[in-house]
Structure formats: structure tokens, C-alpha cells
Design a protein around this ligand. Structure first.
Ligand code: ADP
Length: 390
């Protein structure tokens, strides 16, 4: 419908999901006064207060997604686990859906995603598919599959859930019972991410690569560093891979590409997400264009914004403190806000749980080293604990 037309202020953009990504997308849309409509299960979710219209419903329910899709001009997602059949139906009836449902079908299933990289000559680690956890166990017992491997559930995994590292026989009980793939364990030097964007006119751009460091217990990103501390030729190769991937998948809007840089200097695609991503949050504060604005430009077929970085940044996820479940209470806010270059983003989730993503903080500084140092202070000072209900 709107695919080739210019900017119109009353274009109704629908988002499936009203979590923090939806909230930040709605905030970016407000700059252009675009009305955002969101579908999710509760008005208590982070994006709800920032949307022109909020529909209560389950984005996994085909009827709810179909009915919601009929009320918007352009439909996008903040999570992959949505009712795909409804998206195909909406697309066939003229609703602009980005990412395209056919690309989402490939991306949602880690097995299909891996096969896609092979078919398109994009590098990723070797893998084998299994129908069940038991079939994988059997392959390991019989020696057809060799330790160590990384088992991944084909669908529904996120933030490290659905991933198990099986190093030896001792780890067999950790095998997940689901259709899955077994990947070779990659000797990782660094984990990188590149966020690419594309519009329907075929314009593409990639934000500079970022480097991720991980929280040891939660297996969530702890610090994200921009720019990544890598050689310029690795940086260039990473950006080219991301652009190749977004073209191959024919995605409009963002494609976040997670990469492994191996100890031997090879770049491998780990996985991709066709939406705003945790690894792009720093762009709100340190880039000419934020990833959220870029996603809107991509899905609305507008010229893509500059991906130039204005300052080094270290981003940290603000995770619920271990041992704390209950109404969220923030400790150390004043101390953080007194620090120069510290930008706190709270998602407004009412309840905290151990390791739940409750917000993020981007630290800007003249050098990356200075940003990291300050990010460590923020990590030690800012805590989300369970407080008294008010
Ligand atoms: P999720 O979709 O849950 O984020 P990922 O596929 O990104 O799962 O895996 C989570 C983490 O597990 C990665 O960030 C990486 O640290 C580790 N990992 C995943 N695949 C491999 C692999 N093949 N070799 C080594 N480590 C891996």
C-alpha cells in the first residue's frame, strides 16, 4: 500500500509487541508525530503509554494479529515469536509487513536460518539437525556426533534460553528436549554485532560493528562497546557480511547480525534478528541516527539516516538483581545521574526478577577506555531490587 510513497504524517505503524523495543520505537516515531499502534497482552507493558493506540491481545494468536493488522498501514515486530500465518494473510491482502513473513519464517527457525546461510554462501559454524533431544543424545552415544557441541532449540529460544553447551557425556542431562541443531563449538575471540538497514527502494546502510562482553551467570550481554576493538579490515568484512545477509533475506527495516570473530580471525554469522536489537541501544545517544529511527526509515521506505558515530560508548544492560523478585525499585539513580555522559533508560517494567532486562545505560566519553571505566562504576552502583509496592 505505502511501499513507494513519500512520508505521510498519518501513516499508522503497527507493532506486534509492546516491550522495551516497542517503547523506544514509539518514542522515535514521536519525533515525526507518527501514530504508533501496538498489540500485546497487557496495558502495563513498557510501550503502552507511548502508543497512540494500544490493542490488548496475544501476538501469537492468529485472529488477534490479523484483526490488528487490518487497522494499520505498515506492520512490524519487536519479537520474532508471532503468528506467522496471519502475517502471510495480511501481506496477501495488501498490508505492508516488514520484515516480510517469508524472511521471518526462515529467521524464526534456527535450523532454516543455518541452511539459508549455507545456500547463500554466508559463513556460519557447521551444524547438524535433529528431530528431538533424544535423537541428539543417541547420536552422541553412538559417536556419530562428537563432543563438544552447542545444542540449540530450533524455535522459541532467546537471550541464551534454548542454548546448551554439551562438552562431554557428563552434560547429557542438560540436553533440551526439542527439535534442535548441534553446532560445532566455535573458538570465539570476540562476539560482534552489526545492525544493517534496508528500505524498499534497495538502499542499505550498516552501523559500525559493536563488541559484546557477556555476563557470566545470566548469559546476557553485559557491556557493549562502540566502536568494537577490531582491525579496520575485520570491521569492513563484518559490515559487508551484514549487508550481504540483509540483501539475501530481502528484509526491509533493521537486521541485527550477531557474529563470532574466531581465534583464527574468521568471521561467522551466529544469528540474526529482523528488528531493533539490544546491540543497537547505544545509537540512541551516540549516533546521528538511532537504530529505532533507522528502522522506521527502513519500513516506511524513507532515505536511510547517517550511521556516523558521534562519540565512543559503552552500554550496559540493567538486569534485575539476583535474589530479588517483586515490585521494581531502583537504587543508585542519583549517583549515576551525577556522572557526566551517563544516560539511563528505564523500561518501566513493574516487577523485577533475577536477570530480567529492566533498562540499559549508555555511557559516553571521549575514549572507549574512559567509557568502560565509567560503565563499571555504573554497574556497581545502579541496582534493580524488589522494593515495597506503592
Ligand atoms: P540466543 O538466541 O538465545 O541469544 P545464541 O545463538 O545467540 O542464542 O547463543 C547464545 C550464546 O551462546 C552466544 O552469544 C555465544 O556466547 C554462545 N554460543 C552460541 N553458539 C555458539 C557456538 N557455536 N560456539 C560457541 N559459543 C556459542
Amino acid at each position: 500500500m505505502k511501499q513507494s510513497s513519500a512520508f505521510q504524517q498519518n501513516t499508522r505503524v503497527g507493532i506486534l509487541g509492546a516491550g522495551q523495543l516497542g517503547k523506544m520505537l514509539a518514542i522515535a516515531a514521536a519525533d515525526w508525530h507518527l501514530p504508533i499502534h501496538a498489540l500485546d497482552r497487557s496495558r502495563d507493558f513498557p510501550a503502552a503509554p507511548y502508543c497512540a493506540q494500544f490493542t490488548e491481545g496475544d501476538f501469537k494468536d492468529p485472529e488477534a494479529v490479523y484483526a490488528f493488522g487490518k487497522t494499520v498501514d505498515v506492520l512490524t515486530i519487536e519479537i520474532e515469536h508471532v503468528a506467522l500465518d496471519a502475517l502471510f494473510r495480511l501481506e496477501s491482502e495488501g498490508v505492508v509487513v516488514h520484515p516480510r513473513p517469508s524472511a521471518l519464517a526462515v529467521i524464526k527457525d534456527k535450523g532454516l536460518q543455518k541452511q539459508f546461510w549455507v545456500q547463500h554462501g554466508l559463513p556460519s559454524s557447521p551444524f547438524r539437525l535433529y528431530d528431538s533431544g533424544e535423537a541428539l543424545r543417541e547420536a552422541l552415544r553412538s559417536g556419530r556426533e562428537k563432543y563438544p557441541i552447542v545444542q540449540k532449540a530450533r524455535t522459541e529460544g532467546y537471550d541464551g534460553r534454548g542454548v546448551a553447551v554439551i562438552r562431554s557425556e557428563k552434560y547429557l542431562p542438560k540436553i533440551l528436549d526439542a527439535p534442535c541443531l548441534a553446532e560445532d563449538l566455535v573458538p570465539i575471540h570476540k562476539e560482534l554485532a552489526v545492525i544493517a538497514c534496508r528500505n524498499a527502494s534497495g538502499e542499505t546502510k550498516a552501523f559500525p560493528a559493536v563488541e559484546m562482553t557477556f555476563h557470566s551467570e545470566a548469559n546476557l550481554v553485559e557491556f557493549l562497546l562502540c566502536p568494537a576493538r577490531i582491525d579496520p579490515h575485520v570491521e569492513k568484512a563484518a559490515e559487508e557480511l551484514a549487508l550481504h545477509a540483509i540483501e539475501a533475506l530481502d528484509v526491509c527495516g533493521l537486521l541485527a547480525v550477531e557474529l563470532f570473530l574466531t581465534t583464527s580471525g574468521e568471521l561467522l554469522i551466529n544469528e540474526v534478528a529482523p528488528r531493533p536489537h539490544n546491540s543497537g541501544h547505544h545509537t540512541i545517544n551516540n549516533s546521528y541516527t538511532s537504530q529505532f529511527e533507522q528502522h522506521l526509515r527502513g519500513i516506511l521506505n524513507l532515505p536511510l539516516g547517517s550511521v556516523q558515530v558521534q562519540s565512543p560508548a559503552a552500554m550496559l544492560n540493567l538486569l534485575g538483581e539476583p535474589g530479588h523478585s517483586g515490585p521494581a525499585h531502583y537504587q543508585g539513580m542519583e549517583a549515576c545521574l551525577a556522572m557526566e555522559g551517563v544516560k539511563v533508560h528505564l523500561y518501566g517494567k513493574a516487577m523485577t526478577q533475577p536477570h530480567r532486562k529492566m533498562g540499559h545505560v549508555t555511557v559516553l566519553a571521549e575514549s572507549l577506555e574512559a567509557a568502560i571505566e565509567k560503565a563499571e562504576q555504573v554497574r556497581d552502583v545502579l541496582k534493580v531490587v524488589a522494593g515495597q509496592e506503592r
